[in-house]
Design a protein around this ligand. Sequence first.
Ligand code: GLN
Length: 488
Amino acid sequence: MDYKHSTIEQLNEAICTGKVKSEELFNEAMHLIEQYQEDYNAFVTIISKYKKYGQKDTLISGIPYALKDNISTSGILTTASSNILKDYIPVYDATIYKKLKQAGAVLVGKTTLDELAMGGTGTTAHTGIVRNPYDKQRLIGGSSAGSAAAVSLGIVPFAIGSDTGDSIRKPASFGGIVGFKPTYGRISRYGLFAFASSLDHIGCFTRNVRDAAIVTDILKGNDPNDMTTLPDEEVCYLDHLNDDIKGRKLFYIKEICEEKIYQDSDENVKKTIETFHQTVEKLKEAGFEVDEVSINKELLNAIYPTYMIISCAEATSNNANLTGIQFGPRQDGQDINEIMFRARTIGFSELIKRRFVLGSYILQKENQEKLFKNACRVRRMIVDKMNDLFKEYDGLILPASGTIAPEFTHTSKSEKLDPKATVLENHMAIANFGGFPSITLPMYYYKGLPVGINLTGRPREDKDVLNMAQKIEDVLQIKNKVAGDYDV
Ligand code: GLN
């Protein structure tokens, strides 16, 4: 069977009718890992021995998948792609890993990320850079780089990622696949290494919207071990994928999509904006109402700095236990400060250190009011604005990125905070600010390389976001693609 292009339901049917055995699918995944690991580096750890798990009667039973390496797996190395955790073997399972085991899915490996899930390039892991399956000279984006690459290469039909600013939805765009982050609290984060707790989400990569609904139906649910999880809801997302979308109202932000702003931009950005507007027309024909809405430019420009201030502050506090004492290899030293200083100096890359310096500065007593608390207020203004618009509209659509995946540059590793960071490249953090469900799916190919479209909906309305995304996928007709389907 054509494993690489098969949907979860096709694989499930093949297993149930005896056409293929789960172990054969696993072997196929292993074969692809062997073929691709050296070039693309999607995995930190490969689980090379087949193991049977849990139930037989779920849609993902017997199907191979991958987990981002910041998700706790008892007895299996979990490094968060950081030197400081390079030998860390957890003693407990994340709730989602437990759920996936119970559902019978078969883990093939733990995927590479930007160190501690910070960053968006897939270039800062302690085990090296992750390359874009469509073009090895380009990045796949991060932080969930390996999970995106594994799905885009066809190694697994689904993989799990985490998303604090756009870490599922941006690499999904660069990898030509679907990336879905449901409402904050829909999926338990027990066992996810915290980056910025008020923004962190777990979600999935798949090659079509239907598969994202299938996987999310399994992952979602209240968890007594994570007090931020939402109560259970008695609804199956898969059952509602083809609900009628007639009358659903979408909006896009004028200031981000105005063609005239991009007149002097490179050809790729112009083409993305043009394609986006053509897509809007097609969506109208398909029954959506779509309006252009204007939002104060200052508020939009505040997205990136607000994200950086809040996420660096929370990250500094969350990772304060990586000292070489509680976690990480112990270093010699005269006193506790020297031990911690040495462990952290050796343990972290430049990007992490920069963010911890920023975070410490932001959290200093004298700076808290001006920096941290003000950023929280701006976050509230952005979320209020969105909630206001969500009174009238069911969703926000925008390009997931302005361009195809960038080429590697010598600066991408160090990530100097970019003063030119455009709203077009950073708007997806809005969904983290408000905990809104948000999904990226492929929109078009520019010179054979994918660019995605992003849809963000009302909190708790994951079912509706998936339903609308299904319709968008039906309109755009791009699904189940793996790199190599298009010649670059
Ligand atoms: N690229 C963003 C950052 O640099 C998002 C990371 C994420 O979502 N984990 O932090």
